[in-house]
Ligand binder design. Structure first.
Ligand SMILES: [Fe+2]
Length: 196
């Protein structure tokens, strides 16, 4: 129990600092980099965020990845999730419509590919970064990325607004050379003490 309350305290402290960064500086490349740095400090507490605390879906589950809600305020702002994946997983190129930060906690690599939109309505890759323990990426609301995971991984996903509220996230379908809209995320597991 003591570890659970310490985890909640550390989450609350990090999120208070992150809220203060956004209030002071707004949403800019610099402020989301500062948010990423603060979230990396939280992720360094691997004693409080273990794969045993946040297990991936079991064998036979339709998904091999799940999200645990660690923090979200009353307005669904500052939504922090632990993302636990059991193995191979990829996403198509997509935006978030709110700022987003991903940092590694433990496990394997999460390759992030970054894209620009092209004039003909497609995407062009412009760079990559690997998220693993001690590293992270930060995105402005219109930035486009895809993720590629090969081995079990635990990381943090932090969004300016909760995933269940994001109804206009676009993703690119290369086979059709077309964009579509993700349905709002569901099946998020509650991990805040005292909630269910
Ligand atoms: Fe994303």
């Amino acid at each position: 129990m003591e570890r659970t309350s310490e985890r909640a305290r550390e989450v609350d402290a990090a999120m208070a600092d992150i809220r203060a960064i956004e209030e002071r500086d707004g949403v800019t490349r610099e402020s989301i980099a500062a948010i990423r740095a603060r979230l990396l400090q939280l992720a360094a507490r691997t004693d409080l965020f273990t794969p045993e605390d946040f297990p991936p879906p079991g064998e036979g589950d339709a998904r091999n990845s799940c999200l645990y809600r660690l923090h979200e305020d009353e307005q669904h702002r500052f939504a922090l999730y632990a993302n636990s994946t059991s193995g191979k997983r990829s996403s198509p190129p997509h935006n978030h419509t709110t700022w987003a930060v991903i940092v590694g906690v433990s496990g394997g690599d999460e390759l992030n590919r970054f894209y620009d939109r092209t004039d003909d309505g497609g995407v062009r890759e412009k760079g990559q970064a690997v998220v693993r323990a001690g590293t992270g990426v930060a995105f402005m609301p219109d930035d486009i990325h895809s993720i590629h995971i090969e081995a079990p991984v635990l990381n943090f996903h932090l969004y300016g607004l909760g995933l269940e509220q994001l109804t206009r996230r676009e993703y690119y379908k290369p086979a059709e050379h077309a964009w579509s809209v993700f349905p709002p995320h569901s099946d998020i597991r509650e991990a805040r003490p005292g909630r269910s």
